[in-house]
Design a protein. Structure first.
Length: 314
């Protein structure tokens, strides 16, 4: 079980240094299971039946106008609903790359290309109980389509503005994924001291009461904003629960082509990655990919290939 670290102003106070405060969809940041509210089902939208992987599956979607795509892999197919109203730019980027109508920079040639981007790429990172990640044009987690674009996340619709950074005993909110005192320093204390202009122990000591009060009244949203995240109000966002597609990135507003699909609920990623779709059929394929043998870098020992991503033909 993850040890809980309490916030103490006098505990292991660190001097300020230049720190990289990038959020990653890399390693599960919490070992303690967390409760995530179940997804609401829109009862006004009738379900339909689709034949996938040789069997019929009943499919329930959230919106009649939401695009439906088939992610075909050498391990089987998954039907995905994309949330165009919740992440319009992200969905447009994903579809444009998938169907070959959006230009990208080919990392092999450095030239502009326009072809189905994902065809033939692999799920280069698989962590059982966490997620599978794909969309790297180089197949090793590196590479981009030659551009970045902004996150589409509404922190308030996720409730991050109501979640307190610390509880009454000074224990960090589980959504933060804090695992050690060093985590707390890097993700909370260093950016907070930078914001306040505190650069040495003397200035920290002089402002100790102010620091303590502000930390104990800070929301998770405010903490994430100090890390460089910015949020928008004109969309509705959803939590990164099992089965969702979300953009992988190297920090705020660094989305490109890489995405991941959750094998489990991942509360610690809430507010850091744009959720733009969800697997609606073919979850058995997702789980089977999650169980594939991997090497020490979490790469499958036998390639899991994305053969194509195309609209569902109905």
């Amino acid at each position: 079980m993850t040890k809980l670290f309490k916030y103490f102003l006098t505990l292991n106070i660190c001097l300020l240094t230049n720190a990289v405060l990038a959020a990653e969809a890399a390693t599960p940041a919490a070992e303690v299971p967390v409760a995530v509210a179940p997804e609401a089902v829109n009862a006004t939208i009738p379900p339909f039946t689709v034949t996938l992987n040789g069997r019929e599956e009943l499919v329930q979607t959230d919106g009649l106008a939401n695009p439906l795509v088939i992610i075909s892999t050498n391990r089987g197919d998954m039907l995905v609903e994309l949330f165009a109203d919740e992440a319009p730019n992200t969905v447009a980027n994903f579809l444009g790359l998938a169907n070959g109508t959006k230009a990208f920079t080919d990392p092999a040639t450095g030239q502009q290309a326009m072809k189905p981007f994902y065809d033939g790429l692999i799920f280069h990172r698989v962590i059982d109980g966490f997620m599978i990640q794909g969309g790297s044009p180089t197949g090793d987690g590196e590479g981009t389509p030659g551009y970045d674009f902004a996150d589409e996340i509404n922190a308030e619709s996720l409730g991050l503005d109501k979640m307190m950074l610390l509880d009454a005993e000074g224990i960090p909110n589980p959504v933060l994924g804090i695992r050690s005192q060093n985590d707390f320093q890097q993700r909370v204390l260093i950016p907070f001291y930078q914001k306040l202009g505190i650069t040495n122990q003397e200035s920290l000591t002089a402002r100790a009461a102010e620091v303590d009060e502000r930390l104990r009244t800070m929301s998770v949203k405010e903490n994430y904003e100090m890390l460089g995240y910015s949020y928008i109000a004109h969309v509705k966002s959803r939590a990164p629960v099992r089965g969702v597609l979300a953009m992988a990135n190297s920090g705020p507003d660094t989305n490109g082509s890489q995405f991941f699909i959750n094998l489990a609920d991942t509360e610690w990623l809430t507010g850091k990655h744009t959720v733009f779709g969800k697997v609606r059929a073919g979850l058995a394929v997702l789980d089977a990919i999650g169980k594939t043998p991997v090497n020490t870098e979490a790469r499958p020992t036998q390639d899991v290939i994305i053969q194509s991503i195309r609209p569902l033909q109905r």
